[in-house]
Design a protein around this ligand. Sequence first.
Ligand SMILES: Nc1ncnc2c1ncn2[C@@H]1O[C@H](COP(=O)(O)OP(=O)(O)OP(=O)(O)O)[C@@H](O)[C@H]1O
Length: 350
Amino acid sequence: MGGGLTPAQANARAALTALLEPILADRHPDAAEPPLFLVACSGGADSLALASTAAFLQKKLGFRAGAIVIDHQLQEATAAVADRTAATLRALGLAPVLQQQVEITQAGAGVEAAARAARYAAFEKAVEQTGATGVLLGHTKDDQAEQVLLGLVRGSGTRSLAGMPPQRGHYYRPFLKVSRAETEQICTKESLTWWEDPTNADPAYLRSRIRTHVLPELVDLLGDQLGENLARTAEICRQDADIIDSLAQERFATLANVQPQKVELDMTDLKAEPAGLRARLFAMAAHQLGAEALTHERTGAIEQLLAGSKSAGPVQLPGGVEVWRGQRTPGVRRQNPAKYGKLVFITVRS
Ligand SMILES: Nc1ncnc2c1ncn2[C@@H]1O[C@H](COP(=O)(O)OP(=O)(O)OP(=O)(O)O)[C@@H](O)[C@H]1O
């Protein structure tokens, strides 16, 4: 590696330091060895630059940098890419460097999600095997901007516009303030050859179309600041979503009558809540019973149920949950609907 420190390298090192320092400061003073962080490395410029940054900082900050490389076996080239990437990581001084092949049986539209699920299952296994404290992912500021646009295009809510969090559980994204161009500059400076995944440019995927067509076009029309501004939108939305979610959790704990296969919410209480909170209360009741995430359309159907005046239902939710407005007591023929007074979420799956 020749020459002085470039602005891209300095930015990357500052970003990783800012994320890890508070975690490392918290560690137990008697711990036998420094905590291990595994860089999830695809061989792309983002995660290779992250690996080299982690390798450089490990002694200074007091952690061990290891890596995990997954071969999804979806393209012929990937086995060789994984081998080459693992060799590069070892040469950079990361240890251990784990390599794992995963089988994806899905084809067509579900393949991306299946690959992601297999990848995260392999990460979990690697954490268990090595006792690692965390996994470092290479998502950049550009990925974040794409994520926000994707949320807008799909018509999503605040949580979705919040994009990817810098930390969730033991997964960390130190490079959310580092651009993809900077990761490429770092690799070039450090003579690291990265792999361009051809599926990143495959127009079959909405994310690829946003990456290769929509964002560049918007930047052309609206200026270079766009990526930065979208990433800022994510940060603001995350703060807002956090406060609304925590309010909803408080309200749910007070209002919901949770039973093993049933959650009851009082309709008068629900009507007194603002719609944004109410939607979250519905989602939490459904989630409690194992239903999948609620769509805007299903939330609207529950709202309609709530607005009615008679016993009614069910609204079917994906994942085997039904919602009823009031419930008749079996064996009692004439009941006053006004007395039902509850929205009842029940599990109908066996
Ligand atoms: N084959 C792989 N092996 C190890 N890590 C990987 C692999 N593919 C992706 N990653 C990790 O995930 C990060 C994001 O990769 P990519 O942008 O391709 O995935 P994504 O589908 O956009 O995101 P995600 O699936 O994590 O939501 C990479 O920077 C890297 O840290």
